[in-house]
Write a protein that binds this ligand. Structure first.
Ligand SMILES: Nc1nc2c(ncn2[C@@H]2O[C@H](COP(=O)(O)OP(=O)(O)OP(=O)(O)O)[C@@H](O)[C@H]2O)c(=O)[nH]1
Ligand SMILES: [Mg+2]
Length: 194
């Protein structure tokens, strides 16, 4: 199996039957989802770092050589999205997140510098309520000075109920080994051998 962009899904009816673990990325527009994918997959531009944020309402499937699908979701909290597109976004996400036993791991990306936004916290509560397996990923760590980290981490921990998180930077490539580890637990853990 080779790592490649597989397809965009606009409606969950277009989903193929589940064959491999699925890892979903969620986060606000501009949090760094595409950059995260490029860094994780060690590709310069497999997920285009967007110049037109929030434009497409689709789930983008990447097939990864290690035997799983990485799914890029549209960013939430994109202010210039029309009401119709916002509704489309909410429907697609809610439909997808509601499919039983479909998503093995959700990576909730939060901008380390900005900290959890209201939208991030709504998503966090949704994931908790739905009892989905998820992990918080802090992005853009290279933009947070060491001297600011303790304070920022305290606020992030308070807002996210002390849940664990992984600090990453697409610039310096820190943290991706830990993300790899989370994902390899899904693939090796026998989840995909049903
Ligand atoms: N310094 C720094 N900049 C980053 C990092 N990750 C992303 N960025 C920048 O942040 C901006 C947004 O990154 P994207 O990866 O396009 O964000 P996205 O979440 O995919 O955005 P949408 O597709 O619009 O939802 C770009 O200008 C990136 O270069 C990082 O780790 N460090
Ligand atoms: Mg993107």
């Amino acid at each position: 199996m080779e790592t490649k962009f597989l397809k965009s899904v606009f409606n969950i009816k277009q989903l193929d039957q589940k064959t491999l673990p699925e890892v979903l990325l969620v986060g606000r527009s501009n949090v760094g989802k595409s950059s995260f994918i490029n860094a994780l997959l060690n590709r310069k531009n497999i997920a285009r770092t967007s110049s037109t944020p929030g434009k497409t309402i689709s789930l983008n499937y990447f097939q990864v050589d290690k035997g799983y699908f990485l799914v890029d979701a549209p960013g939430y909290g994109y202010a210039r999205r029309s009401k119709a597109m916002q509704d489309e976004f909410l429907k697609l996400m809610n439909d997808y997140l509601s499919i039983p036993n479909r998503i093995d791991l959700v990576l909730l990306l939060v901008d380390f510098r900005i900290g959890p936004t209201n939208d991030d916290l709504v998503m966090l509560d949704y994931l908790l309520e739905r009892k989905l397996n998820f992990h918080i990923i802090l992005t853009k760590a290279d933009k947070v000075k060491m001297s600011e980290r303790v304070k920022k981490l305290r606020i992030i921990n308070e807002k996210t109920y002390g849940l664990p998180h992984i600090i990453t930077s697409a610039e310096t490539k820190i943290g991706y080994n830990k993300v790899e580890e989370l994902i390899s637990n899904l693939t090796i853990g026998g989840q995909n051998e049903k």
